[in-house]
Design a protein around this ligand. Structure first.
Ligand SMILES: *Cc1c(COP(=O)(O)O)cnc(C)c1O
Length: 386
């Protein structure tokens, strides 16, 4: 491993290089920020309205409502559906905490169903048996940038008259059967957290829907529950997108498809490199499910001896991440739900084996080769010392 040690440590690079992205669009971003500063109009306004229209178009929805974060988008969607105490919402435990956190914050109960081992998204064959007379919504998460099995989910949802809220925080631009995510269920929730595929310079979120009544309700709910100043018809919240964020996101949205193409190219190259190292019967590569396009928010492999591999990569200057090291049903915050180890075995196994490799459009061939070479070196070594 002499060559690896020599080069990799010196060439450490970030897991996600947002500075590299900024360098490619700096004049556009700086000009857009300058325009908002000149206007001194910071809350809602034309930048936010334009972004709402552009995101609605982008995901094939009639309406979009901007808000302060992806977490708030989920919360607002459930508030608009009047989810509350005594209600149940079916979702996945293998996701970011906000998906199920929104349910609990409203006093309702998340009902977790296990994931499919190859897509990491909810296993639709487990959905029907989780639905009860208390079920008020189903929240599939399009994890890592690829849609859940929406045909099966929508079929079961409509059979039971339960609305589907898509958690599309990681998957803007991904499609299912040719339709963009976020525009498939009753509504879609997006996050503009800086590390997301469409990331702002801070927090931000968006809801998309084709349902005019729902869009109207969301508009009221995110502005304190009032339609006009100082007249309130609902208990709402203050969850708005800043004009500065909107103007930055509008610039970035114009680049999103080419960035997604860049990510896809990196994913294909990882597959080639790992295949050439004969690693594909040791680690499992991401699978693209039928009817899906993948936007590779994360490139996640499934790796034996994952924690040792991650430590080895770190020692060689190569960053990696784990999404997610503990499924939600085993987290202390959700302990009161009564789940225990063994209840959702696919999610638990995934949490022990998944490893996200660095992937971003500006990543160089050399950086990708370093990652693949280091993974190969780890498994060669592991075999020798076992
Ligand atoms: C990022 C994320 C969220 C929350 O978005 P924020 O903008 O960070 O509040 C929700 N769900 C999933 C799956 C996410 O990845």
């Amino acid at each position: 491993m002499a060559n690896l040690e020599g080069s990799a440590c010196a060439q450490a690079f970030p897991f996600l290089d947002l500075q590299a992205q900024y360098r490619t669009i700096k004049p556009e971003i700086d000009a857009a920020i300058g325009r908002v500063m000149e206007s001194q109009h910071f809350i809602l306004g034309t930048e936010v309205e334009s972004l709402e229209r552009e995101i609605a178009n982008y995901c094939g929805s009639r309406f979009a409502v901007a808000c302060a974060s992806g977490s708030d988008a989920l919360l607002l969607a459930l508030m608009a559906l009047e989810v509350g105490p005594g209600d149940e919402v079916v979702t996945t435990p293998f996701t970011f905490v906000a998906t199920a956190g929104a349910v609990v914050r409203l006093g309702a109960r998340p009902v977790f169903i296990d994931i499919d081992a190859s897509t990491y998204n909810i296993d639709a064959s487990k959905l029907q048996s989780a639905i009860t007379s208390k079920t008020r919504a189903i929240i599939p998460v399009h994890l890592y940038g690829m849609a859940a099995d929406m045909a099966a989910i929508l079929e079961i949802a409509s059979r039971n008259s339960v609305p589907v809220v898509e958690d599309a925080a990681q998957a803007i631009g991904a499609t299912y059967a040719g339709r963009p995510v976020g525009g498939i269920g009753l509504c879609g929730c997006f996050s503009f957290f800086p590390s997301k595929n469409l990331g702002g310079a801070g927090d931000g979120g968006m809801l998309s829907t084709n349902d005019e009544k729902l869009a109207d309700r969301l508009r009221v709910l995110h502005l304190h529950g009032g339609r006009t100043k100082y007249e309130y018809e609902l208990i709402g919240m203050n969850s708005r997108l800043d004009a500065l964020q909107a103007t930055i996101l509008r610039v970035k949205l114009r680049h999103l498809d080419s960035w997604a193409a860049g990510r896809k190219h990196k994913a294909e190259r990882y597959a080639e490199l790992l295949y050439d190292h004969r690693l594909t019967d040791i680690v499992r590569l991401p699978q693209v499910a039928a009817k899906c396009t993948h936007v590779y928010h994360q490139y996640v492999i499934r790796a034996p001896h994952r924690d040792e591999l991650r430590a080895f990569l770190r020692d060689h200057g190569i960053p990696s991440e784990i999404y997610y090291p503990m499924p939600l049903h085993l987290q202390r915050a959700f302990h009161f739900l009564g789940y225990k180890l063994g209840d959702l075995p696919q999610s638990e196994a995934a949490s022990r084996e998944v490893l996200a490799l660095p992937i971003f459009p500006e990543m160089t061939d050399d950086q990708q080769k370093l990652v693949a070479d280091a993974i190969a070196a780890f498994y060669r070594d592991w075999d020798r010392h076992r």
